[in-house]
Design a protein around this ligand. Structure first.
Ligand SMILES: Cc1cc2nc3c(=O)[nH]c(=O)nc-3n(C[C@H](O)[C@H](O)[C@H](O)COP(=O)(O)O)c2cc1C
Length: 268
């Protein structure tokens, strides 16, 4: 009687081994994804807090420890803005609306029709299509007075949506700082929105004149003799379209459909 020979290189064996390896790898990758998720969320939150501090001019470059960033960030009072009702929500309303300010994702909310509105061509100055009902504002307060307010802004440049924060002084009009933490414009052209030298041109500039958004990013350098110079920042050379995108996103978020009414209340 002939003994059946075992062929380890048979197609069946090769397929079985390949499937086995795939299965083990899939389990390892899934476990890593699940295990690393909290770390990813914490890093995202840390990065956001760091950018809010940068916009507000409170970030110290030698700060590297997470606990130091957390301590600096604790100076802010975090408030939810109802952009539809044009007011800050009370703590009870925040809880009733099911918002966890630490985890609230405005970008995700803007994609959900139950949490956002379609802007329509006329109102969509920043080319963002939809706007979430709720946003989050970060306030630096002193004796019950707002010293500085940091607000999230976003809008389309040439190739991408630029995400950033703008900080305003307590008058709700004077820029304290700006930062862009996510954009995919061309490095050296539109990507210069993230250049500290360019961002350094913003503090002290004014957003509103006679209750209207007057702020502009000019094409080329600002004429210091112009009566409008205090509302203007130099355009990025070779990147007029990104510059216009920045101007548009400021016009939108500082306007009626953005934080304009909230800022007017601060001014009042
Ligand atoms: C490869 C390439 C990348 C570009 N990237 C940008 C950009 O990121 N932002 C921008 O505004 N313009 C960019 N431009 C230039 C625009 O096409 C356009 O010419 C420019 O915005 C006009 O600005 P200017 O009037 O200051 O020259 C790029 C052009 C090329 C060829």
């Amino acid at each position: 009687m002939s003994e059946a020979t075992y062929d380890k290189d048979s197609i069946k064996n090769v397929v079985m081994v390949a499937l086995g390896v795939c299965f083990v790898c899939a389990i390892i990758v899934s476990m890593a994804a699940v295990q690393l998720k909290p770390l990813q969320v914490a890093n995202k939150e840390l990065d956001r807090n760091k950018n809010i501090l940068i916009a507000a001019g409170l970030f110290e470059p030698d700060v590297t420890q997470i606990s130091e960033i957390d301590t600096l960030f604790e100076q802010f009072t975090v408030k939810v803005v109802d952009l539809q009702e044009k007011r800050f929500l009370t703590m009870t309303e925040v809880i009733d609306a099911g918002i966890d300010v630490k985890k609230y994702d405005q970008r995700k909310a803007a994609k959900d029709p139950s949490q956002s509105i379609e802007l329509g061509q006329q109102r969509d100055i920043a080319s963002i299509s939809r706007r979430a009902r709720y946003s989050v504002a970060y306030l630096l307060e002193n004796d019950g007075q707002v010293d500085r307010i940091v607000l999230p802004v976003h809008g389309y440049g040439l190739w991408s949506t630029l995400y950033g924060f703008i900080a305003l002084e307590g008058d709700g009009n004077t820029v304290a700082g700006i930062t862009f933490y996510e954009q995919k414009e061309t490095a050296g052209l539109g990507g210069e929105v993230d250049n500290p030298a360019w961002k350094g041109l913003w503090p002290g500039k004014l957003i509103y004149a006679n209750d209207e958004v007057a702020f502009e990013v000019t094409k080329g350098p600002v004429d210091p003799k112009s009566s409008r110079a205090q509302y203007q920042v130099d355009g990025l050379s070779g990147a007029t379209l990104t510059s216009r995108g920045v101007q548009n996103l400021i016009a939108f978020w500082m306007g009626e459909d953005g934080f304009g009414p909230i800022l007017k209340n601060l001014q009042g």
